[in-house]
Design a protein around this ligand. Structure first.
Ligand code: SF4
Length: 216
C-alpha cells in the first residue's frame, strides 16, 4: 500500500469513527478562533474554551481588544500560561486586523503569517475551518499519530516538515476535517502515553502497532 492509499484509507476510517468539529468553541467567528488558537499553545482546549467564554464577554471583537488595557488582558488570559506574550500578541494582532484589514481576519497565508504569534498551524486552521481552503494543522496529535501510522519516522517532530509530507497525501477538501478528527482520536484512542491499540480502527494501517505485534 502506498502512503497515498494509506492516507485515503485513514481518512475514510476516521470519518466512520470520529467526530469532525473543532475542539475550540469559537462559534465560527474568525477573530475569536484566531484568539483561541493563539491561547491554546501549551494549554488545553478545555481551558481555552473556559477562559474565552469570559474573555469574549469583556472584549467582543478585534476593535475592543485592540483598545484594551494590556494588564487587564494579561490578567484575563493568565491561566492559559505564557500570558504576557500571548496577551501582547492578541492585542497586536487585533490592532493589525483593525488597521490593515478593516476588522476582517485575512484568508491569505502570508497575511495571516504576518500577524504576531501566528504560525502555519494557526494559519492553516483559520484558512481551513473558516474559509474552506484546506491545510494541514500539524499539531501535537497530528504529528504523533501520523508518525505512528508510518508516513514519516516517529522521531520527526518538525511541524512544517510534517505539513509538507501530509499535504500531498490528503485531498485538500479532506484536510481540515481530517485534522480535527485526529485531535479527538489522539485524545480518546491514540494518546501520547498509552495508545489503546487493541480495537483501534486504524491498527491495520499502523506501522507502530504492526512493529509492536511482530516483536511480541
Ligand atoms: S494502533 Fe495504536 S498506535 Fe496505531 S493508531 Fe491505533 S492507537 Fe495509535
Amino acid at each position: 500500500m502506498t502512503h497515498k492509499e494509506k492516507a485515503l484509507e485513514a481518512v475514510r476510517i476516521l470519518k466512520e469513527h470520529v467526530r469532525a468539529d473543532c475542539a475550540l468553541e469559537s462559534g465560527a467567528d474568525p477573530w475569536k478562533l484566531l484568539v483561541m488558537a493563539r491561547l491554546s499553545a501549551q494549554c488545553t482546549d478545555a481551558r481555552v474554551n473556559a477562559v474565552c467564554a469570559e474573555l469574549f464577554k469583556k472584549y467582543k471583537n478585534a476593535a475592543e481588544m485592540a483598545a484594551c488595557d494590556i494588564h487587564e488582558l494579561e490578567e484575563a488570559v493568565k491561566s492559559c500560561g505564557l500570558y504576557r506574550t500571548k496577551a501582547a500578541n492578541l492585542k497586536a494582532m487585533s490592532e493589525i486586523i483593525i488597521s490593515e484589514y478593516g476588522g476582517e481576519v485575512p484568508s491569505d497565508m502570508d497575511a495571516l503569517l504576518s500577524l504576531p504569534g501566528v504560525g502555519r498551524k494557526i494559519a492553516n486552521l483559520i484558512r481551513g475551518d473558516l474559509y474552506g481552503l484546506g491545510g494541514i494543522v500539524a499539531d501535537t496529535h497530528c504529528i504523533r499519530i501520523c508518525g505512528r501510522l508510518g508516513f514519516y519516522p516517529e522521531t520527526l517532530k518538525d511541524a512544517v516538515k510534517v505539513e509538507k509530507i501530509l499535504d500531498p497525501l490528503i485531498p485538500k477538501e479532506e484536510q481540515t476535517e481530517f485534522c480535527h478528527r485526529i485531535v479527538w482520536f489522539g485524545r480518546d484512542v491514540c494518546s501520547a502515553r498509552s495508545p489503546r491499540c487493541q480495537g483501534c480502527p486504524l491498527s491495520g494501517l499502523c506501522d507502530h502497532y504492526l512493529a509492536a505485534s511482530h516483536t511480541e
